[in-house]
Write a protein that binds this ligand. Structure first.
Ligand code: AQP
Length: 331
């Protein structure tokens, strides 16, 4: 809490080109908080290295993710936009919280299970302890609200458990954050396998629609999206592919599922897939246009990063001094 304003924190990993899953499930909603709350939006590059990254790509994507935040309407004057590795307190508190997070808790995280299955050659300790670093990101700022996609709910619950544990041992230290999972929050699924989440690190480019894809690419990907063998555009159990496309259509138009069903009655999947492509490409066009303008100005992006990191560090310092004192570190 800053005065009477609640504090909001959220982050996105620069681990790949951002997808419409990141957009619909997270970034698109971030703007809503700016007027009412004090908002910290972070590019979480420390998290990204739990999976091996090419250094030049990681650097480029860090700039791009920041530029996308701004292109999606996050004004750096109103929001603290920064890069996680530029505020070392994240790593420091991450280590401390590792010591207050149980092996069993981390073992139950579905993201760890999914990611270790995908990266069998590199199941590193960071991948396992990722949730305690995420807890540190959030608790460092005494965050009240964390807007995240529904897929991050389990991590947020762990954050609350760790914060409560720490507070029980040492007395009130951390604000217990609430997850803000919007009523209308959607989980966007892969276009190639609609039973699994759309992820930026998916190797199958046709499974994923990127925020910066061209209209042609977007149209092509939706035309090839996997659906069942039926033809009625109807939201129902077992029709994962169509349900996912309807969710995306809803996200870009605001139309309800029953309105979408009426609109496409008797029109078949082909027509519907093209319509989803159209609304998605048109909805993203202004973001792409802004992005193209901002990404060219590296000096501007660096000034945003610097100001953001300085402000974030000043908040982080207050929490760290409290944590260090309570634990018994000599200041
Ligand atoms: N498919 C999705 N549907 C809805 N929300 C999603 N988010 C991600 N994918 C979807 C939301 O985006 C925010 C940022 O996510 P992240 O970059 O921190 O990590 P992630 O959830 O692991 O995203 P990816 O795209 O799946 O990245 P990789 O492939 O690197 O693991 C979060 O708020 C998340 O809810």
């Amino acid at each position: 809490m800053i005065g009477d304003r609640k504090l909001v924190f959220s982050g996105v990993q620069p681990s790949g080109n951002l997808t419409i899953g990141n957009y619909i499930g997270a970034i698109k909603n971030f703007k809503e908080f700016s007027d009412e709350y004090k908002c910290f939006y972070c590019v979480v590059d420390l998290h990204a290295i739990t999976v091996r990254q090419v250094p030049a790509d990681l650097r480029r994507r860090t700039y791009e993710t920041l530029a996308l935040y701004i292109a999606c309407g996050l004004d750096p004057q109103k929001n603290t936009l920064f890069v996680q590795s530029q505020v070392p307190a994240h790593a420091e508190l991450g280590w401390i919280l590792d010591c207050y997070t149980m092996f069993g808790e981390l073992s139950r995280m579905t993201q760890f299970k999914d990611k270790s299955a995908k990266n069998a050659q590199n199941i590193n300790a960071g991948l396992f302890t990722y949730p305690s670093l995420m807890a540190a990101d959030i608790l460092l700022y005494q965050t009240d609200l964390v807007p995240v996609g529904i897929d991050q709910k389990q991590h947020l619950e762990l954050t609350r458990d760790v914060a409560n544990r720490f507070n029980q041992i040492y007395g009130d230290t951390f604000t217990i954050p609430e997850g803000y999972i919007a009523k209308d929050t959607m989980k966007i699924m892969s276009l190639a396998d609609p039973t699994s989440k759309m992820s930026k690190s998916d190797e199958n480019q046709n499974a994923v629609v990127y925020i910066l894809d061209s209209k042609d690419d977007i149209m092509r990907k939706f035309r090839r999206a996997v659906t069942d063998s039926g033809s009625a555009v109807k939201y129902e159990e077992g029709k994962d592919g169509i349900n996912n496309l309807m969710t995306i259509y809803h996200a870009f138009t605001g139309k309800s599922m029953s309105d979408i069903e009426r609109e496409f009655e008797g029109r078949g999947y082909g027509d519907f897939k093209s319509a989803v492509g159209e609304v998605c490409a048109d909805g993203l066009a202004p973001v792409r246009c802004e992005f193209d303008r901002i990404i060219k100005d590296k000096a501007y992006l660096e000034s945003v990063m610097k100001a953001g990191a300085e402000e974030a560090a000043s908040y982080a310092r207050r929490t760290m001094s409290k944590v260090r004192r309570k634990i018994g570190f000599v200041n």
